[in-house]
Design a protein around this ligand. Sequence first.
Ligand code: ATP
Ligand code: MG
Length: 323
Amino acid sequence: MEKDLQDLHKKYLESNQPSTASSSAKLWVVASGKGGVGKTFVSSSLGITLSKLGHSVVVVDLDLSGANLHTSLGIQPSHMNIRHYFEGSKNLQELVIPTAFPNLSYVQGFWDSWSPTEFSFDQISNIIPQLKNLRADYVIVDLGAGAMEPNLELFTKADERFLVSTPEPTSIEKTYRFLESFVCYSLKHQATPEAFENMITTLRSYRQRTLGRPFSFRSYLKTEAGFNHDFFESLSQSPVRLIMNCSRSQSNQDLGRSMKSVCYKYYDLGIDYVGCIPYDNAVWQSIRSREHVLSAQPFTPLAGEFLTTCKQLIDPEELRAVL
Ligand SMILES: Nc1ncnc2c1ncn2[C@@H]1O[C@H](COP(=O)(O)OP(=O)(O)OP(=O)(O)O)[C@@H](O)[C@H]1O
Ligand SMILES: [Mg+2]
């Protein structure tokens, strides 16, 4: 793996190719149930790794609760931020700012203390086609924490959806809650109102231990009328990608696998445990010195983890770098 990383990094430093993106960009969305678990670090690291693989990438900060993607990338916040898009004075493409990383640009999030702290549903549903129209191979969105409707809408419409957790019980609990909210949100749009209402009633009695039998989303849909029965089949084509961040031990690493099997067991829901990122002091130290850890230390297991994840998810034909 270290050889892979060294070759890749050498090529990356030598290359300065402009974007060749023509068709619509692939939208990757990074979310979490709990705040502070590493979404922004994961978003910036996925962006840097994809750009090292020769793809043009735009990372977009859509965390209204406190945009700080620029900090993770080691750059000063720009006054040209996404507020200009929402106010209608700029289109999204005009807000794309290059970074020092070849092939990697970003869109600055709200930097105004007087701005609202949540997007409206309409704002988010209108921006989705604009994100996909950006001139890039990949657009990565860094969300704020939580399963609010606008976040779920973006998560649902993504080509790849990443859910970041840490091994802390508080984070794991909120990760399950996010997953359940995502399933319910998706089903709401694929069911008749009565069928959805009945499902919530059944789920509630399962939660309150009055149902008297296990609850499985998939089995429930199969037996009840009013649902799109293909929902779980289509979800398994593009499953939620779980990332366990800040792992400090083998048992932390195994936790992701346990979560995957719990999802199967209790909800009949397939998720993909795509990566386990070690806790590394170099991450916060490099943020402090304003140089991203993947640039300051490009050959570590941490960098290898992101490389493996990206190689797994991009089309093999698109692996342009010689590895
Ligand atoms: N693998 C890691 N090892 C060590 N520190 C990490 C790791 N991942 C993230 N951190 C540190 O944890 C802190 C929170 O990370 P980050 O800002 O990416 O989380 P977040 O989920 O985006 O937070 P928020 O919900 O506030 O947007 C940062 O200081 C970051 O440096
Ligand atoms: Mg963040």
